[in-house]
Design a binder for this molecule. Structure first.
Ligand code: NAD
Length: 378
């Protein structure tokens, strides 16, 4: 089959295959769209069963990054890379070889951490190229992105609460959190700190025990039971596709708002949520906090600027909900259209000439409402 006929090939600009016989590196870098700026996206290391499987993953993920950067108001395009290897194959030679591949793209692609890659791996890549973010704070980097992702998701959740209940107040509400890993734990604590009850689940008992230390009155249910919990908000913070044909009929919430990537098994499931009167906060918009944070490394990292931008996820989400309502379309489609509108408009116009709906969101007010306090995750 031709690459150009691949089902995940959607007007990608560039797909590069790399092999380094010395380190054994086999990697694919996909650049989906660079209209808004260089393509930024993480490097995933995974023992793919075939090159075809790796290609499918990198094409799908790189396109998603274009939308995430666009809706977040970043001047970045979308790209992603995969290394076909087992976690046990990791080492300096592999990542330095990969760094040379990134350098060969001449600044069109900037890499970062993703599944099975860490800040240490980024340091190896950094020895070969400057086109890498997600470095240690001591190296001018931004450190762990998870608290920022959680903070952004918290802002998006608040915007959803306002839309559904007319108030961002969490006092007395119940939130069901699926997955209390890096992001889920922070999010659970932020929600609890504002007076909501949190029900959580995880397949990893150690993670649950950690979460219980952070949120002592956490109510725990079995992984399969989380969909049946009667709650105001269901927050998917584990793996993708948790909103699917089997789970949508079981949900007993008014809002779906969480950090997981690719939450909808199909877009039809997102539309079905709307039919059930459940407000869906589109995943790539609500979980953009980590990307926003890391993007600030490119201009000399300043935590306060990154925090302010992550806080805008409240406004971004509000705009998506407004647009969905005006156009009578599902929220997942509203997010796609707003992201596409910004890209399309910027292909030929300078930002100040953009129509209102294509402009990046500006901060209208800090959040929590009326407060200039530093975010509670600090
Ligand atoms: P993580 O691996 O630290 O946490 C995920 C947790 O989900 C783990 O504790 C895992 O045991 C649990 N889990 C897996 N399958 C489960 C299931 N079926 N039921 C219940 N729990 C299950 O990952 P993370 O960094 O916290 O990210 C969580 C999600 O958010 C992922 O989808 C990730 O892609 C997405 N995301 C994360 C960031 C970030 O900054 N870390 C940024 C954007 C998006």
């Amino acid at each position: 089959m031709s690459l150009f006929d691949h089902r995940e090939f959607v007007e990608h600009e560039q797909i590069s295959y790399f092999h380094d016989p010395v380190s054994g590196l086999k990697s694919i870098i996909a650049i989906h769209d660079t209209t808004l700026g260089p393509a930024l996206g993480g490097c995933r290391l995974w023992p793919y069963a075939s090159d075809e499987e790796a290609l499918t993953d990198v094409l799908r993920l790189s396109r998603g990054m274009t939308y995430k950067a666009a809706i977040a108001g970043l001047n970045l395009g979308g790209g992603k890379s995969v290394i076909i290897a087992k976690p046990g194959d990791k080492g300096e030679a592999l990542f330095r070889a990969f760094g040379r591949c990134v350098a060969a793209l001449g600044g069109r692609y900037i890499t970062a951490e993703d599944v099975n890659t860490t800040v240490d791996d980024m340091e190896f890549i950094h020895q070969e190229t400057d086109e890498v973010v997600g470095l240690r704070t001591e190296q001018g980097g931004s450190g762990d992105p998870s608290p920022f992702t959680a903070w952004g998701a918290f802002q998006g959740l608040k915007a959803a609460l306002v839309r559904v209940f007319g108030t961002p107040d969490l006092q007395g509400r119940r939130v069901a959190v699926q997955g209390v890993g890096h992001v889920g734990q922070h999010l659970a604590r932020m929600i609890r700190d504002e007076g909501a009850h949190v029900t959580a689940t995880d397949v990893d008992s150690e993670r649950l025990a950690q979460a219980k230390e952070i949120v002592p009155d956490l109510e725990i249910v079995k992984p399969e039971e989380i969909y049946d919990v009667k709650a105001d908000v269901f927050a998917p913070c584990a793996l993708g596709a948790s909103i699917n044909e089997k789970t949508v009929p079981r949900l007993r919430c008014r809002i779906v708002a969480g950090s997981a990537n690719n939450q909808l098994a199909t877009t039809e499931c997102g539309t079905e949520l709307g039919r059930k009167n459940i407000l869906y906060a589109p995943d790539y918009a609500i979980n953009a906090g980590g990307l926003i944070n890391v993007a600030y490394e490119l201009e000399g990292y300043e935590r306060s600027r990154a925090e302010r931008h992550v806080g805008r996820i409240y406004d971004i989400m509000t705009r998506i909900f407004n647009y969905a309502q005006e156009q009578s379309i599902p929220t997942w489609l509203a997010a796609d259209r707003l992201a596409e509108a910004r890209i399309t408009a910027l292909r030929g116009l300078r930002p100040r000439h953009l129509p209102e709906h294509a402009r990046p969101v500006r901060v209208r007010r800090p959040f929590p409402l009326g407060s200039n306090e530093r975010p509670s995750f600090l």
